[in-house]
Design a protein around this ligand. Structure first.
Ligand code: PFF
Length: 449
């Protein structure tokens, strides 16, 4: 294999947007968003999600891309360059990438198992037995890790961008096919009703925190991923355009995922209460009953693999860029160190479904709505509900008050050359509204206010 030297750059603007949208569109959209919406009030949840997306998500997206393009460095390096005292916030982002990848690669591995299993009928796989077994899921996790690593090894333009340019358009086509199939099944209406009928009585502090965590997770924000991707941009790229296009693509796919899943589940009289198991435990049984179900199941799980891969490469890139920029390690070595560390952390996550089910990393804290959790759930909880929103909060304070929105706007407008009519509003959002909103959601989610 040919060694990739230097930091690398996106080869085209469209390539960057696809890669960044690829990072955003992932298991969060296909696996988490539909079951969270279904459980937490349907359209009411979607409404809260969209509100937080507009208020916080897009604000933080633009801030991260700006810091990245300005510094042309990895997450830690970017903070350090602008203010040495803040380097640890970038470091927390790199740590977060490890923790997310630890459970992300496990679910990515499940998708690979289901893709191959779909040819013989994915419904024949006993989901519970499969994920609780010690060895088999780990082998699939390893396969997923290797696939992720190969793409990152080939660098920004040659690996990540090329892979995203192939996988993202296919993913889009596949999800439309599945959503149309699902919505046209007899009896699909009950699913649409469940998914879209707003039930505002379900909305409370905990649900709002879950929605905010989902905004950060789904948009790949709060851990320097968009700083890293932004750092491979040339100065003449439009950051404001990216800051709305990436969330728009991400939200469209998340919404389509719900349309793909719920109508089909209800059409066959199944219960959508599977939570995280919805995609693996219930959907294959639905496909089993659809004409040409094997075809639809294979397409669906290939779509899941593509979505998971384009996100996993961005997470591994956060780690790789850190080693390349901060430790002057070659990309090949940096990416190997990263993926090895990730796989080691993935082992207890996978085992926490079975052998280590009773090992609690986080104990129950009833007063703060926190249940006892094993490795997999703890890493998910710690990243989505704590580290990402905290990272986002700190980023807003950093850009708003330490680096300064004037300097950020100067970067966004390329020294005043480009227009940014919403600059004034964005400044207020970064400095006041987003941080206060994040803090309030935090406190109410954990039962403090
Ligand atoms: N956005 C991805 C998803 O929705 O599945 C997950 C993710 C990727 C989170 C990259 C954070 C990140 F930096």
């Amino acid at each position: 294999m040919k060694e990739i030297v230097g930091r690398g750059k996106w080869a085209s603007k469209a390539g960057f947007v696809l890669a960044a949208a690829g990072s955003a569109v992932g298991l969060g959209n296909l696996w988490k968003f539909p079951y969270m919406a279904g459980e937490n009030g349907g359209a009411a949840f979607v409404f809260v999600y969209l509100l937080l997306l507009g208020l916080i998500g897009m604000t933080v997206m633009l801030a991260e891309l700006t810091v990245g393009r300005h510094t042309q460095l990895d997450a830690l390096g970017a903070y350090k360059k602008l203010s040495a005292k803040w380097a640890w916030v970038g470091g927390m982002g790199v740590l977060c990438a490890f923790l997310i990848m630890a459970f992300y690669t496990v679910v990515g591995g499940w998708a690979i198992k289901y893709f191959f299993g779909s040819f013989a009928g994915a419904a024949n796989i006993d989901f519970g037995a499969f994920i609780t077994a010690p060895m088999e899921p780990l082998i699939y996790t390893l396969v997923f890790c290797v696939l992720t690593w190969v793409i990152v090894f080939y660098g920004i333009g040659g690996g990540i961008e090329k892979a995203s340019k192939i996988m993202m358009p296919l993913l889009f086509i596949f999800i439309i096919i599945i959503a149309v199939r699902s919505c046209t099944l007899p009896g699909a209406g009950a699913g649409l009703d469940y998914y879209l009928n707003p039930d505002f009585s379900k909305i409370n502090g905990e649900v709002i925190l879950a929605a905010m965590g989902q905004v950060f997770f789904s948009l790949s924000l709060g851990m320097g991923c968009m700083i890293t991707y932004g750092s491979y941009l040339d100065r003449d790229s439009s950051l404001t355009q990216s800051a709305w296009m990436i969330p728009a693509l991400d939200t469209t796919i998340a919404f389509l995922a719900g349309l793909a899943i719920f109508p089909a589940v209800f059409a066959f009289g199944m219960q959508p209460d599977g939570g995280p198991g919805l995609m693996f435990g219930i959907l294959p049984q639905v496909f089993d009953k659809i004409p040409a179900g094997t075809f639809f199941a294979a397409i669906f799980f290939l779509l899941v693999i593509f979505a998971a891969l384009t996100s996993a490469i961005s997470l591994l890139e956060v780690v790789t860029a850190y080693f390349v920029d901060e430790k002057s390690v070659k990309r090949s070595v940096a990416s190997v160190i990263g993926i090895m560390g990730i796989f080691i952390l993935a082992i207890p996550c996978s085992l926490s479904m079975g052998a280590l089910a009773n090992v609690h990393v986080i104990p129950e804290i009833a007063a703060m709505n926190i249940p006892a959790m094993g490795f997999f759930d703890s890493f998910d909880f710690l990243t989505s509900k704590v580290m990402l929103p905290l990272g986002g909060l700190l980023l807003c304070i950093f850009v708003g008050w330490v680096w300064g929105t004037d300097k950020a706007i100067d970067e966004i407008t390329e020294g005043g050359g480009k227009s940014f009519p919403l600059g004034g509003i964005w400044s207020i959002l970064v400095k006041y509204i987003a941080p206060v909103a994040i803090l309030m959601v935090f406190l109410s989610g954990f039962g403090v206010i």
